[in-house]
Design a protein around this ligand. Structure first.
Ligand SMILES: Cc1ncc(COP(=O)(O)O)c(C=O)c1O
Length: 458
């Protein structure tokens, strides 16, 4: 929960003036708005302690425990198979190997996501091809994927960014006739549903992160692959564990048939995630309630827009990203000044906002330098050394980055904390009540496009 929060400040002029112009900040100076995540119940602690006391801490030592966790994840997602890994990036890599991506194959990846979505493709020596995102949903669309498909496309990786499911029916209408499998990266969307189905379970495979900051947090790092396809699952198992032959009973064989890594999950992470699964839906509901409060506030304020709400699609708000349009608010400042001013104004009030990414994925050094594993591989090793990525080919991603910000403190926790949500509401309303001084403050800023700064996360 929130650490050391204050009682509401009296409505004096100083209290209602923006802190950047000499008013009292919403979170008093010397205090920090910090929401705790993950929420670790006593049940989780007892379960992890019991595992620790058992001394069985590896998959090999406690295979049954890992298999039980995998069965729970499979059941929750209504698929046959789940495969626990030691990170979401590893899970993505396993899923890519599972659908049969081989060196030189093209894989379509959203232009806006966390770096792992594309790094996993390069790990498998695939060639990433980017699809633009919709500037309002922040997700790829059927049209942008269609535009990115070529003869060499082996798979399409769809990210449900910030917890909002992408439009999978429309995307499948494009990929299925060409026999191209979809991998769902649901790292930010565990527990979200699309037309009643859990995300991750709709494509050929789903891969998610169970890192401690995610909606379903394992202790530290972890990941999961889910699929209904036995062959796919077995290829993923081989990559996960030293390329070992897969036994009929799914035990280890110690026969190394092919190339593989060690992507096995720690037992402590597995049991923690297993216990957390019991409270996933409840905490996602809490997120939705927090988001609804913010939605109602923003819908009534000039220039602000809450995240898109799509019928029959359940968002789980891993992050709460809103848009601000200064023109719609009647302000004579540009969007870069407005975004920069919002960041500074909210920070001064003690309720931080972040960009999440300031550059689309194709603009990160990994894509710009294309060093890969050295000597430019996989690009140069597969006749694609001439491939260059230009962020201006992705206007939707640029618009999203320029026109929106994410609620922080930290990003994955604030929306699940009603106290923090209340402080953000106060701040949005304070800005709206002080639009002229906000405009004057913003007009003084020498703001530039976010992508003119070095690429970074947050
Ligand atoms: C969209 C997305 N994909 C993949 C990952 C990678 O997960 P991990 O950090 O567990 O490797 C993340 C995590 O941060 C993510 O946000």
């Amino acid at each position: 929960m929130t650490a050391r929060l204050h009682t509401p400040a009296p409505q004096s002029t100083v209290a209602t003036r923006l802190a950047v112009t000499g008013g009292e900040p919403i979170v008093p100076r010397g205090y920090t708005l910090r929401s705790v995540w993950p929420r670790i119940s006593e049940d989780v602690i007892s379960r992890v302690l019991a595992q620790l006391r058992s001394g069985l801490l590896t998959e090999m030592a406690a295979l049954r425990t890992v298999r039980e966790f995998e069965s729970e994840m499979a059941a929750y997602h209504r698929v046959r198979y789940a495969l626990a890994t030691n990170s979401g990036t590893a899970a993505l890599h396993c899923a890519l190997a599972g659908v049969g991506v081989e060196p030189g194959d093209e894989v379509v990846v959203p232009a806006l996501s966390f770096i792992a979505s594309v790094a996993a493709v390069i790990h498998q020596q695939g060639i990433p091809v980017f699809a633009d995102v919709d500037p309002l949903t922040y997700n790829v669309t059927a049209n942008s994927i269609q535009a990115a498909l070529t003869e060499r496309t082996k798979a399409v990786l769809v990210v449900h960014l910030h917890g909002l499911p992408a439009d999978l029916d429309a995307i499948r209408a494009v990929t299925e006739p060409r026999g191209i499998p979809i991998i769902e990266d649901f790292a930010q969307a565990v527990g979200a549903t699309y037309h009643g189905r859990p995300v991750g379970s709709i494509g050929a495979a789903g891969a998610a992160s169970l890192m401690a900051g995610k909606n379903l947090p394992a202790g530290g790092e972890g990941g999961i692959v889910i699929t209904g396809d036995r062959e796919l699952r077995n290829r993923a198992v081989q990559l996960k564990c030293f390329g070992e032959a897969v036994a009929v009973d799914d035990d280890y064989t110690l026969v190394h048939e092919t190339m593989g890594w060690n992507y096995r999950i720690s037992l402590l992470a597995a049991v923690m995630a297993s216990q957390q699964l019991f409270q996933l839906d409840e905490l996602n509901t809490l997120r939705r309630e927090g988001a609804a409060v913010l939605d109602r506030t923003l819908a009534g304020l000039p220039g602000f827009s809450p995240p898109e709400a799509i019928p029959d699609v359940e968002h789980v708000y891993h992050m709460y990203r809103f848009r601000f349009d200064p023109e719609a608010a009647g302000l004579s400042i540009d969007r870069d000044q407005a975004r920069e001013a919002l960041k500074q104004v909210f920070a001064a009030e003690g309720v931080p906002l972040v960009e999440f990414q300031n550059v689309p994925l194709p603009g990160h050094a990994l894509m710009q330098r294309r060093v890969g594993y050295g000597r430019g591989c996989p690009w140069t090793c597969h006749g694609r050394g001439d491939l260059h990525y230009d962020i201006h080919d992705y206007p939707g991603a640029l618009d999203a980055i320029r026109g929106s910000l994410v609620v922080g403190a930290p990003t994955q926790a604030a929306v699940a904390n009603p106290e923090a949500v209340a402080r953000y509401v106060e701040c949005f309303e304070k800005v709206a009540a002080n639009l002229r001084s906000f405009e004057l403050f913003a007009a003084e800023l020498d703001a530039r496009a976010p992508w003119d700064n070095p690429a970074r996360l947050f």
